[in-house]
Design a protein around this ligand. Structure first.
Ligand SMILES: Cc1cc2nc3c(=O)[nH]c(=O)nc-3n(C[C@H](O)[C@H](O)[C@H](O)COP(=O)(O)OP(=O)(O)OC[C@H]3O[C@@H](n4cnc5c(N)ncnc54)[C@H](O)[C@@H]3O)c2cc1C
Length: 390
């Protein structure tokens, strides 16, 4: 393949990279997407994603939603604080939207987006692992391994949607990181009570545990220390379910069945700045958050959507794509939403997982106060659904 010139090259065909490719499709902008992994049918990643109502609207506009039949609506979020008083209930009515969001699996979302991408005949190749980037004042070049050979391709703008691996090569971009010393254990679980559209987020001293409605049952995201993650993933189903019942409490009765368990290490990681010469970062490459309150993908999808808008506006006004002026507009448009998402999730984890009894009681008081203040509840709910624009 010769070093062909595109407007945009997207590196990383995860859900955020694919969203950008779809948003640019049929706009007169030439784009090329490179994904390191092979066939999408083989991708098994059972992590549940709570998609906000705002993300649902974006996926609908991108033509992905109709393929995503495996989705379960969330109508209520129940937030509680284990071992302390205080709880808050957020409903779709509080937020003024038909549903707060939907729960889907990462691999179902991945396959639906891939199906749409293939149907729209976008320039996309799987099994292409990018190894190196070079940028100059007026363009950037990407080098990648494909079928045992090194290939290269050039564009006005390179977009990193690779989860944050390649930006480490870029001297102008630094990552701030914080290892939470927590892992998320995920599994589908069945309880004595069936799900009724309520997503439970329960804070505990070891970290939050979420039970999200998923088909008739629940998707579990259980945050624990790295040692406990190893221990509970190795338990037999009966012992695992008893341990979960002891931890979560009796709100759903006993847990009676569990699917395959997987575990993910949890780190906060964010790039500063999120652009450099002819390069923009989106999704997990720009910020990787703790899964508490399900913000990461929702935020990444808004990165992709805002960047697409910036690119389309630039092209429509006959300006050049990928210049420092365009990148500065993208950076500014994402600043508030990204910082708010990061500070919100990081504060929730640090405040509620704190060993100080006084602080945990203060958090409980905060939850009860929030529950009694409908305008503030509406603000929080809309912020979670639509980001900074909520
Ligand atoms: C347990 C858990 C639960 C979560 N729950 C939620 C939730 O409820 N709601 C929510 O909004 N978010 C949630 N998240 C966060 C969400 O999973 C991420 O924010 C989302 O997956 C980010 O998507 P992405 O496309 O940016 O990155 P990724 O999904 O990491 O995709 C990156 C892609 O880039 C490719 N790639 C990497 N390197 C290269 C290379 N060199 N060349 C080419 N391609 C490359 C990879 O193969 C991959 O396909 C959760 C995360 C975890 C761990």
């Amino acid at each position: 393949m010769a070093a062909e010139q595109y407007d945009i090259i997207i590196i990383g065909g995860g859900p955020v990279g694919m969203a950008l490719a779809l948003a640019l499709h049929d706009t007169g902008i030439s784009s090329f997407l490179l994904e390191a992994r092979g066939l999408p049918e083989k991708i098994e990643d059972p992590r549940p994603l709570a998609l906000s109502h705002g993300s649902h609207l974006i996926l609908h506009r991108l033509g992905v939603w109709n393929n995503l039949t495996q989705n379960t609506p969330i109508t209520t979020i129940h937030i509680s604080n284990r071992g302390n008083f205080g709880q808050t209930i957020l409903t779709s009515h509080d937020a003024g939207v038909p549903t707060l969001g939907f729960v889907v699996n990462y691999h179902d979302l991945f396959r639906s987006m891939h199906k749409k991408l293939t149907a729209s005949k976008a320039n996309y190749i799987a099994g292409a692992a990018v190894t190196r980037l070079e940028t100059h004042e007026s363009s950037g070049t990407v080098y990648f391994d494909y079928q045992g050979k090194e290939e290269s391709v050039a564009a006005k703008l390179l977009v990193l949607a690779d989860g944050g691996h390649l930006a480490k090569q870029l001297p102008d971009i630094t990552y701030q990181t914080h290892d939470y010393q927590q892992w998320a254990v995920v599994a589908n679980v069945k309880a004595e009570k069936k799900q009724t559209g309520i997503a439970y987020e329960r804070f505990t001293i070891d970290g939050p545990v979420a039970l999200l409605p998923h088909q008739e049952d629940f998707s579990l995201v259980w945050t624990v220390s790295p040692e406990t993650a190893k221990e509970i993933t190795a338990l037999n189903d009966e012992a695992f379910l008893t341990r979960l019942h002891q931890h979560f409490g009796d709100r759903l009765g006993k847990f009676i069945a569990a699917g395959k368990r997987s575990a993910f290490p949890l780190t906060l990681k964010y790039a500063t700045p999120i652009t450099t010469q002819r390069i923009a970062l989106i999704g997990n490459a720009a910020q990787t958050l703790h899964p508490v309150a399900g913000q990461g993908f929702n935020l990444g999808l808004r990165d992709a959507y805002e960047l697409a808008n910036e690119i389309i506006t630039t092209k429509n006004t006959r300006n050049e794509v990928g210049t420092s002026t365009m990148l500065s507009k993208y950076r500014q448009s994402r600043q508030m939403d990204s910082s708010a998402g990061r500070i919100f999730t990081d504060s929730l984890v640090k405040l509620f997982s704190n060993e100080s009894k006084m602080l945990r009681q203060a958090c409980g008081l905060g939850l009860s106060t929030l529950d009694c203040m409908p305008p503030f509840k509406r603000f929080v709910a809309r912020r979670m659904i639509f980001g900074a624009r909520g």
